[in-house]
Design a protein around this ligand. Structure first.
Ligand code: SF4
Ligand code: SF4
Length: 180
């Protein structure tokens, strides 16, 4: 069984929104309905305040609150890939999952009436390709692979760069790591 994960190295991120556009383009969605969003945060306290811009997407949590609240089973954990997916044919658009997600990683698509999010481009991965955001990243800020394989590029990079996950205190166990 694989456990796919991603590392985003913010020291390499050009904040160009290429990942956002690649996602929208691949899935034929209008601007703003990407699985990846650039968000700005302030770190520190005045006068030592720093603004950082962070690409945020579904963290592919190993302990995902979105799965627990879904009343139809549309949102589920795929054991073969260690990812969280949405069966859109079962989604009734109740948006409970959007409320449960602490990362704001989900969006309601008014056209289809269902919730959407990053899927780690799992169809591309099954074909041996990287997710679209990884392939398109001009800064090579993104590394994708199997976290269960300690020799994979992503596992080695996470260990060597002392990467961290967002909000570890929530206990969600994200599969997306960051280097600040
Ligand atoms: Fe679910 Fe949000 Fe975690 Fe993604 S980031 S698995 S949508 S709780
Ligand atoms: Fe499940 Fe869809 Fe409701 Fe989200 S909006 S909880 S995926 S049925």
């Amino acid at each position: 069984m694989a456990h796919y994960g991603m590392l985003v190295d913010l020291t390499m991120c050009a904040q160009c929104s290429g990942c956002t556009v690649a996602c929208e383009t691949l899935y034929g969605r209008p601007p703003g309905e990407s699985g990846v969003h650039l968000r700005s945060y302030e770190r520190g306290a005045f006068p030592s305040v720093k603004r950082i811009t962070l690409p945020v997407q579904c963290m592919q949590c190993q302990n995902p609150p979105c799965v627990e609240v879904c009343p139809t089973g549309a949102t589920y954990q795929d054991k073969a890939t260690g990812t969280v997916q949405i069966d859109q044919s079962r989604c009734v658009g109740c948006r409970y999952c959007m409320t449960a997600c602490p990362y704001g990683a989900r969006q309601f698509d008014p056209t289809s009436g269902v919730v959407i999010k990053c899927t780690f481009c799992i169809q591309r991965v099954a074909d041996g390709k990287d997710p679209a955001c990884v392939q398109t990243c001009i800064g090579h800020a993104r590394t994708f692979g199997d976290l269960n394989d300690p020799t994979s590029d992503v596992s080695v990079a996470i260990a060597e760069r002392h990467a961290i996950r967002l909000n570890p205190e929530l206990g969600t166990q994200p599969s997306v790591y960051y280097v600040f």
